[in-house]
Every structure is written in structure tokens, then in C-alpha cells.
Write a protein that binds this ligand. Structure first.
Ligand code: PLP
Length: 697
């Protein structure tokens, strides 16, 4: 089950924004200059690194594949912010020349706090490239850049005593006013945020206290000797941030988008609020209260920027995350969890081969394979050539095994896309080889299913295939046909299949042929067999967190369903007693009732029979029965139990809504099929969205 919602990151974002406002308003300046120095020049310097680390954290969750998307979003926000401050800049007559404007736009941000946008955009771009070389390259590179930046920031006074260094840094400053920018400052925190530091809460807490104390000492000393040219960067700051971020991350569950947006608004708007407050105070004669009292000034700016930002948010309004009429929603966390659970169930040197055929059983092959790749899965299985090519085009690396037949004429494509082909029988193998190009193959062995594969007793054919130089035989596998059965007879049949398989593999080895990777288990082989001495296990349905049906298995695994299917209420209407609804007038109202029309139908992959076999949907967390006949693109439901139902409401066909869940096994059972069929037919017309905390509301 999902943990209770605790959007720690988003709450801390609010703290961080307050710290940024403090930097620009010096709330403690009247109390004590030393306190103010410590608070705004040292402590508050954790704010921006925190923003950067959350950015790194979320981008790393999708392997930085969404960095382009994030950059676009930031560019949009940056553009709006520039326009917002343009009148002030024009009024003040700043940046006379076009060259100066260019520099402002690309580096300094055109207003003092807007430096953040060009910096984070450059930083993301840079780190997205760096991380391709792995952490071992990205981290040292980012540390090095940070150290260079440090010399032009808090440590400038010390380093500039060396003339050559002073020369170098002063050269740098003609390009960028500070080293606190996208090149030297941002990358390190993006990288640090993307790493799971595996610190215990205790270690992180103690580390935070110690590093904060040391950083305070460092900062106060540097200021005492007047070393800082600017004070955004300290030697201890990254250490401090790793500890702080680890603590926050361990408690973070869920997110609060409105809060996040208010914080972004406050960040962008607070300098404007400083100007407004000053102007307002002057007009009202409240300067002593609102400007000269630093603490009240700080609070006033916070309040005003919070209010303005909230008002802006209300004016813009909420946009639902997915505006599609109906969609498939996959839960990357559940998928990752299933990968781990399955890996645990296999022998340590058995690798998981993810079966993503049939559009990943209706879950969306590309998004699923990308998520799996992120989690270290390096072997995939598909049904056919086109599925394999689609994955390669989407950037999926590693082995992609085509489990089904491919015409020999397609050998050039197998070759071109580095796909591994199953040899379905002797004739197929020789025909593939006859194309005259070297291709990678796995030999299918028929151990008793009598579908595909070379019969294990057909030794001549096996030997013949191993002698074809065109066939690079990377593996030998078989498929079990009753591994889901628990009767004695079925268990014996499976046992016989296993025996034939391993005997053949052994014989190949003893005859001097290398069988390569051997594999025989699919999902039910993992559930029902003891650990096997194989190189791969091919998991399909289990990976998606459901069984084919409710048949019990030998070893229950704690798997979680990955797919939800959702649609919307198109229209709500009232039927009078005796009214009929839908095709064939199949439903007749017994009394006055409320009915909703839902935006999904059998062309989206739902079994048409479901509506008449007791199918249900969830609306506002309540279960509503389907009525009448399902249409191609719509279906009807009885919403008497949900009086507040309204057009646009999200309707759950599969998955969870509140306390209620519709399981794929139940739907499949209801329609006399198995989840494999139900899911694999699901939704070619439906877009796939990845579930984030926001999409589940
Ligand atoms: C589809 C398929 C699998 C995956 O089966 P599941 O039962 O879904 O795990 C494994 N191997 C072969 C040969 C398949 O065709």
C-alpha cells in the first residue's frame, strides 16, 4: 500500500523560498549584524542547492530522459519572468547595448534573482550529457567545476592573491559576473540530488549538525578575513546538502503541486513585492514600520509574495494532469518494485529478461522498457521484429530477443537493429543462415509444448545449426506449457520438460557446443518452480504485478499491479421508470435513476461482454455497475450511489480509486479469459501516462 501522503520536499520548498527572501531582505540586520551574516550569508545558502537537488532527483528518476522537457518548462517560466521585470529594467534604463542584453539573457538573468533560470537550464543540459558516462565521471567532473567556482566565490580573496589565478578569474568575470552559475555551481547539486546516498537517518542527522557547524565556522572565518567576493558557495555546503537532502528524502511521500507552484511564484515575484512594498509604504507613510524594521519588512514581503502567487495560481486555475478522454496509467514505482521482488526470487546469477511483447501487455512497451532500463534490466523479449525495432528506436539497449517467427528475408533488419532472433525449428534456422549474414539467435527447444522449437531428440538438426557460421548462437531456451498447473500430473509433465531441457544443454556442452544463455522459466515457472540454474528468467505477466487468473501458486510473491485504465464522465442524465438506454434498448430503468456516459468502449480494449456480465467502474471512490450494452467508444453506468457525479469526473476501469480497486484478474475472470489476453488487448488507442503523485488524485 502507498504510504500516507507527506510531501516533505514541497514543504521544505516553502522554507527554502523564505530563506531566499531573507537573503534579499536581511530580516535580522537590526538585531545583530553577526546574526544576520550567519542567517542570510551562510544558513540561507542551502535554499538554492535544495531546489537544484530536487530537480536532479526527479530527473534521475527517468534517467534524465525528461531533461529536454524540463528545460522547455524552465525556458517558458524564464521568458515570463523576463517580461515581468522588463518594465522595471526599462524604467531603470539598465543594459543599454544589445550585447549587454544578450549577456543578461544568457547568463545573468536580467534581474538579480533570475540568474537561477539560465543557470539551471545550462546545468541540466550539461549534467544530462555528463551522466551518460556514469556517476564515476559525472560526480568528479561536477566536483571539479564546483571547486573552480568556489575560488571565484567565497574563496576569491584568498586565491586572488596568486596573480595568475586572479588574472584567470577576472577574465571569467568579464563573461559572467559570478561563478555561481550553470557551469560551476549548478551541476554538482544536480548530480548530488540524483544519487541515493544510502545514509541512515541517524548518520544524516549527525552529519547535518556537524557539517552545518563546520560550514558556519568556515563562513564566519571567510567573512572575517573578507575573502568572499560572493558567498553562495562553501566547501562544506555540498556535504551539508547531502545530509539534509537524505533526511528530507527519507520522509518524503507524495507531493503537493499547488504548494510547489506557490513557491515557484514566490521565488519569481518576491523582488517585485519588495518594490511594491517600498512604494506602498512610501505612499502610506509607513516607511518606519514596513521598511526600516527589517523583520517586518521581511514578513511583509513574504506575505505579499505568497498572496500574489496564490492569486496568480487561482487565476490560472488547475489543469488536470491528463486531459485525454481515456488513458492508461502506469505506476513506475510498482514496476520497479516488481523487478526487485522477481530478482529476489531468482538465483543470484539468473538475470531477469523482461517480456514486453504486445505493447508490454498493454502497458506501453516504450515507457515500460525505459523504466526497466533505468532499473538495470538489460534483456528484453518481444514477439516480433517490429516490436524489437520500436524499442531500439526508443533507445533501448541490451539484448532484445524476438520470441516468434521472423521471415528469413528480414535478416538485414535483424542485423541492422542488433536484434536476437529465435530459431523456431531446423528449417527456419537454415533459412536464416542462408541469407548469408551473421545474426544473433537463440535456439528454441521443444521439450513438450509442441509449439515452437527443435525437438530435443533431433540431435542432427541441433548439430547442423551449431555448425552454421552465420548463426551466432547466444542462447538456448524452452517454454513450459503447464507450469501454472498444480496437479500431480501437471507437475510431472513440467518436471519431464525440465529434465529434457537440462539434459540437452548438458549434451551440447559435453559435445563441445556452447549453448550460451539458457532459460526456461516464464512467470509461472518463477512462481511454481524451485530456483533454476539458468541465465535468464523470462517474466511477462508477473512483471506487471498480476497473475493470469486467481489460481494459487507455490511461492506467493509480493507483486503490485502496474496498470490502471481511466476514462471520464462525458454526460450525466436521468432515466425515468420504463426508459431504455443504449443499443438494443438492452437496459430498462425500473425507476427514476441517474446514469453516466463514460468515455471508453470496446475499441479501447475492454471486453464487450463485460457490461452484461456484472462489470463495474469506480467514480469518486465508489463502485458503479455498467448497464446496457458496451459501445465501441462509450459505455453506460448506473450512478445512483454517487449523487455528486459530474461531467469530467475520472472513471476508473482498472486499478484503484480511494479504498476501492478493480483487479485485472476479476475483470478477466468475469469475461472467461486470463489477464494476459485482457491486458495485451488493452488500449492501443489510449495514451500512456506515468503515474506520479499528481495523477492519482
Ligand atoms: C509470452 C512468453 C513469455 C512470458 O510469459 P508470462 O507467462 O507472461 O511470463 C515467456 N516466454 C515465451 C516464449 C513467451 O512467449
Amino acid at each position: 500500500m502507498r504510504a500516507e501522503k507527506q510531501p516533505v520536499f514541497d514543504w521544505f520548498r516553502l522554507v527554502a523560498v523564505c530563506l531566499v527572501v531573507a537573503i534579499h531582505t536581511a530580516p535580522l540586520a537590526d538585531v545583530s549584524p553577526l546574526a544576520d551574516l550567519w542567517f542570510t550569508r551562510i544558513l540561507a545558502r542551502i535554499a538554492v542547492p535544495f531546489f537544484l537537488m530536487t530537480t536532479g532527483y526527479f530527473l534521475s528518476k527517468t534517467d534524465w530522459s525528461r531533461s529536454g522537457h524540463q528545460i522547455k518548462k524552465l525556458c517558458r517560466l524564464y521568458g515570463i519572468s523576463i517580461l515581468l521585470y522588463l518594465p522595471v529594467n526599462l524604467y531603470a534604463g539598465r543594459f543599454g547595448s544589445a550585447a549587454e542584453w544578450m549577456k543578461q539573457l544568457l547568463v545573468e538573468g536580467t534581474f538579480y534573482h533570475l540568474w537561477y533560470f539560465p543557470a539551471v537550464i545550462l546545468g541540466i543540459w550539461l549534467v544530462a550529457r555528463l551522466q551518460r558516462f556514469g556517476l564515476r565521471v559525472a560526480l568528479p567532473a561536477a566536483v571539479l567545476l564546483y571547486l573552480i567556482g568556489l575560488g571565484g566565490d567565497s574563496y576569491y580573496g584568498l586565491l586572488s592573491q596568486i596573480p595568475t589565478l586572479k588574472h584567470l578569474y577576472d577574465g571569467l568575470f568579464s563573461l559572467s559576473q559570478y561563478t555561481r552559475n550553470g557551469l560551476f555551481y549548478v551541476p554538482l547539486f544536480l548530480v548530488l540530488g540524483s544519487v541515493d546516498w544510502k545514509l541512515s537517518r541517524w548518520a544524516a542527522g549527525i552529519g547535518l549538525a556537524v557539517s552545518m557547524a563546520v560550514m558556519s565556522g568556515e563562513g564566519l572565518w571567510l567573512h572575517a578575513i573578507e575573502a568572499p567576493r560572493h558567498d553562495s558557495m562553501y566547501l562544506m555546503l555540498p556535504v551539508c546538502m547531502v545530509c539534509l537532502f537524505t533526511l528530507l528524502r527519507s520522509g518524503n511521500h507524495g507531493s503537493c503541486k499547488p504548494l510547489r507552484r506557490i513557491c515557484t511564484g514566490m521565488y519569481v515575484l518576491h523582488p517585485l513585492c519588495i518594490l511594491l512594498l517600498r512604494g506602498g509604504a512610501k505612499v502610506l507613510g509607513l516607511e518606519a514600520l514596513l521598511i526600516e524594521n527589517n523583520l517586518l519588512h521581511f514578513l511583509g514581503v513574504l506575505l505579499l509574495s505568497g498572496l500574489l502567487s496564490g492569486a496568480g495560481l487561482c487565476a490560472v486555475g488547475h489543469r488536470p494532469k491528463c486531459t485525454a478522454r481515456a488513458w492508461r496509467e502506469i505506476d513506475p514505482d510498482a514496476l520497479g518494485h516488481n523487478v526487485e521482488v522477481l530478482r529476489q526470487a531468482l538465483a543470484p546469477d539468473t538475470e531477469l529478461m523482461a517480456v514486453v511483447k504486445a505493447d508490454a501487455y498493454g502497458h506501453g512497451a516504450v515507457p515500460v522498457a525505459r523504466q526497466l532500463q533505468r532499473r538495470g534490466v538489460r534483456a528484453f523479449a518481444v514477439a516480433c521484429l517490429t516490436e524489437g525495432i520500436a524499442l531500439r528506436k526508443a533507445g533501448i539497449r541490451g539484448t532484445i530477443l524476438i520470441l516468434g517467427y521472423t521471415a528469413p528475408e528480414e535478416v538485414p533488419l535483424l542485423n541492422r537493429w542488433r536484434l536476437t532472433q529465435t530459431v523456431v525449428d531446423g528449417a527456419h534456422g537454415h533459412a536464416l543462415a542462408a541469407q548469408g549474414r551473421r545474426i544473433h539467435v537463440h535456439l528454441a527447444l521443444d521439450t513438450g509444448m509442441h509449439r515452437l522449437g527443435i525437438p530435443t531428440e533431433d540431435w542432427r538438426t541441433l548439430r547442423g545449426l551449431f555448425r552454421r557460421p552465420e548463426l551466432c548462437i547466444d542462447g538456448v531456451f524452452s517454454h513450459l506449457c503447464v507450469s501454472d498447473g498444480r496437479t500431480e500430473e501437471e507437475a510431472a509433465y513440467t518436471e519431464a520438460q525440465l529434465e529434457r531441457f537440462y539434459a540437452t544443454v548438458e549434451r551440447l556442452r559435453s559435445d563441445g557446443y556452447d549453448p550460451g544463455k539458457v532459460h526456461i522459466q516464464a512467470s509461472y515457472g518463477i512462481w511454481n518452480l524451485p530456483v533454476q540454474p539458468c541465465d535468464y528468467a523470462r517474466a511477462g505477466i508477473a512483471l506487471y504485478g498480476v497473475g493470469s487468473d486467481h489460481t494459487p501458486v507455490r511461492t506467493e510473491l509480493d507483486l503490485r499491479p502496474v496498470l490502471s485504465v481511466r476514462a471520464r464522465v462525458a454526460s450525466v442524465r436521468t432515466l425515468q421508470a420504463g426508459d431504455s438506454a443504449g443499443y438494443g434498448r438492452a437496459y430498462r430503468a425500473q425507476q427514476t435513476m441517474r446514469m453516466a456516459v463514460v468515455t471508453i468502449g470496446y475499441a479501447d480494449g475492454l471486453p464487450r461482454s463485460l457490461a452484461q456480465r456484472g462489470g463495474t467502474v469506480l467514480i469518486r471512490g465508489r463502485r458503479c455497475p455498467m448497464i446496457g450494452r458496451m459501445c465501441m467508444d462509450q459505455l453506460l453506468v448506473d450512478v445512483n450511489t454517487v449523487p455528486e457525479v459530474a461531467p469530467g469526473d475520472v472513471v476508473t476501469l482498472l486499478g484503484q480509486d480511494g479504498a476501492e480497486t478493480i483487479g485485472a484478474e476479476d475483470v478477466a475472470l468475469c469475461c472467461d479469459t486470463i489477464t494476459n489476453e485482457l491486458l495485451s488487448r488493452m488500449g492501443a488507442r489510449l495514451p500512456v501516462v506515468e503515474r506520479t503523485e499528481e495523477t492519482c488524485g
